[in-house]
Write a protein that binds this ligand. Structure first.
Ligand SMILES: Nc1ncnc2c1ncn2[C@@H]1O[C@H](COP(=O)(O)OS(=O)(=O)O)[C@@H](OP(=O)(O)O)[C@H]1O
Length: 316
């Protein structure tokens, strides 16, 4: 980016409301909270990305099952991923982050006008952008959106573990969960407010179910085969045989992925943390090991209040 654009961007960012989160400042842009490096690439992607009709865009707030989908979507879409021959599975050599690039972290963080002309279609991308911030072309083209979300209590616990790993890599002490919880409930956390993020995609998925496939982590845990089958139909790649679905579910399972060499010992070049931090317990209800009764009550009441009248429920 030219230095004048960098100066303008820094000036703009400095005008935005700011709040602390895990040892850094988050900035509020158009109602959602971002780290500065995410914000500049989000702004660039939001105004410059041109979607194609056959693109697939994975969207989520953080720690809701994105990595699972980062493995599943390329496996469904890529003929190599679907072959019977396990030795050809790209997940053997690549962390799921490498199979579906992030608009903010990989594509637009380096250059606000990246050259995407060499990408083979159908192109797959992921983003943590909230629905209102999505590039207009994603909303108006024929591209498909897959949104995944999760019980906010488990999302919060997973976020705390991940963020403490991120700051530990920089030698920073863990942030007390009680402080992070108060911030999360105020909506101040990366890509938050969580409830607004979810509602944006939920409401749009009700209006346009052929455009947005709205998925829940808990449904995936309960019936992975059924959910993967539905997703494959939504993406226009239905399975012919049950064994094919079983294979995708197994290849993308937490048990398999977390034990692969790449995911145990590889390092995320963008965040500077070990890839292993993307794979933890992967259970429904881990919040029970961390929450007090008051925390449960507070977050469930907040969720019920925010989702009231929307027809959506998550974890209460
Ligand atoms: N394959 C697979 N199957 C089931 N669950 C999985 C899988 N991969 C990651 N996980 C669990 O998802 C949690 C991480 O969330 P995200 O992948 O959304 O994180 S990120 O936003 O992409 O950084 C995190 O959940 P917690 O274990 O509760 O922390 C991961 O363990």
């Amino acid at each position: 980016m030219e230095s004048s654009s960098v100066d303008k961007l820094s000036a703009l960012i400095n005008e935005l409301p700011k709040q602390p989160w895990y040892g850094a400042d988050l900035y509020n842009w158009k109602g959602f909270w971002y780290r500065p490096h995410h914000l500049s690439s989000t702004m660039a992607a939001s105004s410059n990305f041109q979607a194609k009709d056959d693109d697939v865009i994975l969207t989520s707030s953080m720690k809701t099952g994105t990595t699972w989908m980062k493995a599943i979507i390329p496996t469904i879409m890529n003929p190599v991923g679907r072959t019977d021959d396990d030795s050809l599975d790209p997940l053997l050599k690549h962390h799921p982050n490498e199979l579906i690039p992030s608009l903010e972290i990989q594509v637009y963080s380096v250059n606000p006008h990246p050259d995407l002309s060499n990408m083979v279609s159908p192109r797959l991308f992921r983003t943590h952008m909230a629905y209102p911030l999505l590039p207009e072309s994603i909303k108006t083209s024929g591209c498909k959106i897959v949104y995944i979300t999760r019980d906010p209590k488990d999302t919060f616990v997973s976020t705390c573990h991940f963020m403490n790993s991120v700051i530990a890599a920089r030698g920073v002490e863990p942030w007390p969960m009680s402080e992070a919880f108060e911030s999360f409930c105020k909506g101040v956390h990366t890509f938050g407010p969580f409830h607004d993020h979810v509602l944006g995609y939920w409401k749009e998925s009700l209006k346009r179910p052929e455009k947005i496939c709205f998925m829940r982590y808990e449904d995936m845990k309960k019936d992975p085969k059924g959910e993967v089958k539905k997703l494959a139909c939504f993406l226009g790649r239905p399975f012919e045989k049950d064994q094919e679905v079983e294979k995708v579910v197994w290849r993308c399972s937490l048990e398999r992925l977390k034990n692969l060499e790449m995911n145990q010992h590889g390092v995320d070049p963008w965040l500077g943390i070990d890839y292993k931090h993307y794979f933890r317990r992967g259970i429904v209800g881990d919040w029970k090991n961390h929450f007090t009764d008051e925390m449960k009550e507070k977050l469930e009441q907040l969720t019920a209040m925010k989702f009231e009248g929307s027809g959506l429920s998550l974890g209460y």
